[in-house]
Design a protein around this ligand. Structure first.
Ligand code: GLN
Length: 564
């Protein structure tokens, strides 16, 4: 056993309170994420492409609001209050989704309104919750124990994924229900959302009741209280030196944001508001904030170069999350519509297939951290950007394998579930090379006075990845179910998509009513004809990103000035 893992028992008890709270919160988050797109398509009668765009926008905003949540905690409410507020908001959001899923058959527009309201509240709830719980993990350790942080975050990352695993098990069991003939019970989703809400209530109460006793400094003082009660000694040397920007920088930033927003808006095709408004907000915020930090005149040359490394890495990370987050949209639709989900004799609900990610993280997080420890001891540990390039390459490989498996399926063949499980295994290896490493890299590279803002940029790059995941998910071509449905209606969908026949107005209406498009999706000018081409988009994007990042690694290493 390596030193860091063996010292697990010596972690403060507060870590386990944060572990438990985060576990229930991620249960709530990933449980509903498993069901969301299927609910939008099957109950709220949306097209898969629109559901993917909403899903990407929702996740993206969930990673944009932490900037606000972190700011409000630091200035006004403190971590603890923000966690309680965020947890309560998310629970309310889930109960609103429960309501939406309860009223939809009789009143579709009311149900849709409840859904929007619910997602909005969850987005802000997550913004209050997520950055504050993560930063409290760091605050649990006094200066002399910061070396335990890597292990602390590995343990915490496992808490996240135990929660994801439980949520992706329970919510699909209750909410994603099909009868023996494969017909879905579209009224069941509500029970999944209710379970997610209950999980969030448990998480909030866990934190509420245990925080005073355990989430404290070694000498018993509360951690994460009101900022006005922070003592000077709570800060490390030099840390009180807060980042402050002049009025001209801030005004300039607003102008840049507006200009970027309109530029992205202008170049976005289509009429989906999530795509034309929300995505541009996310992309513009990231670039603006990144630029704002660089306007600070106190930055030294070394600091500036290190910040550039954060930005470059953040840019590449976008492609990783865009590919990774297909789990809850296109990959779930494929699991639903063109997969043989027989798992050792049991027909697994489609929304549950993504559970393998959480499961594999729980299994492999510790082995991976032991691997890095061993490589470090042998002086062979790769630099962080190199590990991230490996993460990107792995995700490209995962899609390459699946692309070759769907190649000969045609319109009616089924993909074996084991290929999706293999995909999640390889993607999880990629995640473990990239995600926890990225978090600690930002912490190491950012000058202290810009740490929160640099994390802000990093999180927005995750948000941008999610927005891109929505766009990419929306180019999923028709899967088997669509061809079958069209056949039932007496329509040859393949011939229409191949433009061999022109559908009548009546046929178009019939297909539209069944949420089936009459043309293939298009991505940057390329028509996506089938699943093979769809998956190859991810292979090309992530493969190219990996190769460029590999090539940049020696340069980045220099720019990091000694940080690994
Ligand atoms: N799965 C992790 C979580 O939910 C990481 C997600 C991310 O960093 N984008 O916290």
């Amino acid at each position: 056993m390596t030193n860091s893992i063996a010292s697990t028992s010596k972690h403060p008890k507060g870590l386990w309170v944060l572990f438990g709270t985060e576990m229930w919160e991620r249960f709530n988050f990933y449980g509903m994420r498993a069901l969301l797109t299927l609910f939008l398509v099957n109950s709220l009668m949306m097209k898969e492409a629109d559901a993917s765009l909403i899903y990407g926008g929702f996740l993206g905003l969930c990673y944009l609001t932490p900037l606000l949540g972190g700011f409000i905690a630091d200035r006004f409410f403190g971590n603890r209050n923000c966690i309680l507020l965020g947890g309560s908001m998310m629970a309310i959001g889930q109960l609103l989704l429960f309501t939406s899923a309860s009223v939809f058959p009789s009143n579709l527009s009311l149900a849709t309104t409840f859904m929007w309201l619910a997602l909005g509240i969850i987005i802000f709830g997550n913004g209050f919750f997520k950055p504050n719980i993560s930063s409290m993990v760091g605050s649990l350790y006094p200066k002399q124990e910061k070396s335990k942080l890597d292990t602390a975050f590995t343990i915490f990352y496992m808490g996240i994924n135990v929660g994801a695993f439980l949520g992706q098990f329970i919510c699909p069991i209750l909410g994603d229900v099909k009868d023996s003939g494969g017909i879905r019970d579209i009224h069941a989703f509500k029970w999944g959302f209710l379970a997610a809400g209950v999980a969030m209530i448990i998480g909030t109460f866990t934190f509420y009741f245990l925080k005073n006793r355990y989430v404290v400094t070694p000498d018993g003082k509360p951690i994460g209280g009101l900022p006005s009660k922070n003592e000077e000694s709570d800060f490390e040397e030099g840390e009180s030196q807060k980042a402050t920007f002049g009025t001209s920088s801030l005004l300039g930033a607003v102008a840049v944001f507006v200009a970027l927003f309109f530029t992205f808006h202008y170049f976005t095709e289509g009429d989906n508001v999530v795509k034309t408004i929300i995505y541009p907000i996310i992309y513009a915020s990231g670039i603006t904030l990144a630029g704002l930090i660089l306007t600070d005149k106190t930055l030294t040359k070394v600091e500036t170069q290190r910040i550039w490394v954060i930005y470059i890495v953040s840019f590449f990370v976008i492609f990783f999350w865009a590919a990774f987050e297909q789990a809850g949209s296109s990959l779930t639709f494929i699991a639903d519509n063109q997969t043989d989900r027989n798992f050792f004799g049991w027909n697994m609900p489609p929304s549950m297939v993504q559970i393998f990610n959480g499961l594999f993280v729980v299994i492999f997080a510790i082995p991976f951290s032991i691997l890095w420890d061993k490589l470090r001891a042998a002086g062979k540990e790769p630099t962080s950007p190199f590990k991230q390039a490996v993460g990107l390459l792995l995700i490209a490989v995962s899609y390459f394998i699946i692309a070759h498996n769907v190649k000969d399926l045609g319109n009616s063949g089924l993909l074996a579930i084991y290929w999706l499980i293999l995909l999640y295994l390889i993607q999880t290896f990629g995640e473990l090379c990239l995600s926890p490493i990225g978090l600690s890299l930002v912490g190491k590279l950012a000058p202290k006075r810009f740490a929160s803002l640099a994390y802000g940029v990093f999180f927005i790059s995750n948000a941008a990845g999610y927005a891109l995941s929505g766009t990419l998910g929306s180019i999923l071509p028709a899967t088997g179910d669509k061809f079958n449905k069209a056949k039932e209606l007496g329509i040859d969908l393949q011939a229409i998509l191949d433009k061999k026949i022109t559908p009548s107005a009546e046929q178009i209406a019939l297909l539209e009513k069944n949420q089936i498009s009459t043309s293939n999706p298009v991505f940057v000018g390329f028509e996506i004809h089938n699943l093979y081409e769809f998956f190859m988009v991810f292979v090309i994007l992530c493969g190219a990103a990996a190769l460029i990042l590999f090539a940049l690694t020696p340069r980045l290493k220099k720019m990091m000035h000694g940080v690994r």
